[in-house]
Design a protein around this ligand. Structure first.
Ligand SMILES: [Zn+2]
Length: 312
């Protein structure tokens, strides 16, 4: 029912494989942005993950949003996949220039450089203005959100009001620190954990505001509605969640490109098994995500984040 009052959006953060090494404290594989050769990175999140998402979205009949780390466009194969996504009618959002996990703690000038350069590069590559932004690791600060608006974005989709996720992330970061392999991630301020669950306008330091489209959680329990949680729960878990999901007024279903990589079939490095959903075979992941999207398209009005932002 395309005119459903229940709103939904589907989106994919295209985090290159090199970024997972930063989260999990590995070194030696593009440990930080300085000196990183984006043209030489392993492009399989793009060349295998994204085309599968294009197939999945076509099967489910939905248009989505892909959040792109702009430096990845140094890679010719990446540029080709980006063109395919745009040609298929999907929206492109900015996921910063180099995906620094500590972006919210960088200087105002460094933040502006990251966001401005990313938006320019994405506009040049797609021929379209890039209206939306998602912060690396979903972590914002008032100054960063101000910069998001200042470089010309109309909306942000980084708030993740999910106590279970945020607490687990804070615990994992502490664990990595304790074992002497500091994670590149930083925790989000606890005030965000119970922030608004549905789209709203967030006040900026300069007094203006910006549309915020929070990442999906179920009402009440605030269980995360993201690729990782659905894949790890599996088809039975999805069916258990489905009656609540069917009535949830805002579903911002957030996925990652590696959600449709196949650990065995794509011969991925063993260190990626630190991601819980990497142990699930591609066939199972594909099935649960397709059923979830088909159901979402039947119960909700599925539009891109940019389309929803215009209604807030
Ligand atoms: Zn990311």
């Amino acid at each position: 029912m395309a005119d459903s009052v229940l709103r939904a959006a589907v989106n994919v953060d295209i985090d290159g494989l090199y970024l997972y090494d930063r989260i999990h404290g590995h070194t030696g594989s593009a440990g930080n942005a300085a000196g990183f050769d984006a043209a030489a990175h392993d492009p399989r999140a793009w060349t295998r993950g994204v085309p599968r998402f294009l197939d999945l979205f076509a099967r489910a009949g939905v248009a989505g949003t892909f959040f792109v780390v702009a430096q990845d466009l140094d890679h010719a194969d990446v540029r080709a996949v980006l063109r395919d996504a745009v040609a298929a009618g999907h929206e492109i959002g900015s996921h910063s220039l180099t995906h620094p996990y500590d972006l919210s703690r960088l200087s105002a000038e460094a933040q502006r450089t990251e966001l401005f350069a990313a938006r320019e590069r994405l506009r040049d590559a797609t021929g379209q203005a890039v209206s939306g932004f998602r912060a690396p690791g979903y972590v914002l600060s008032p100054m960063l959100l101000q910069t998001v608006a200042d470089v010309g974005h109309a909306w942000d989709s980084s708030r993740f009001p999910c106590p279970a996720y945020q607490a687990a992330k804070a615990a994992a970061i502490g664990l990595y620190r304790a074992t002497g392999k500091p994670s590149g991630s930083i925790p989000e301020a606890p005030g965000v954990w119970l922030g608004p669950r549905t789209p709203y306008r967030e006040r900026l330091p300069d007094g203006r505001d910006i549309v915020e489209l929070p990442i999906g959680v179920l009402p009440g329990v605030r269980w995360p509605v993201i690729g990782t949680s659905v894949i790890v729960a599996g088809e039975l878990g999805r069916l258990a969640m489905q009656p609540v999901l069917d009535r949830t007024d805002w579903v911002n279903f957030e996925l990652h490109a590696i959600d449709l990589l196949d650990h065995a079939g794509d011969e991925l490095p063993a260190r990626l098994l630190a991601q819980p959903d990497q142990r699930v075979p591609l066939r199972s992941k594909w099935k649960v995500l397709l059923r979830m999207l088909e159901r979402l398209a039947a119960t909700h009005s599925v539009r891109t984040l940019g389309q929803w932002a215009q209604t807030v």
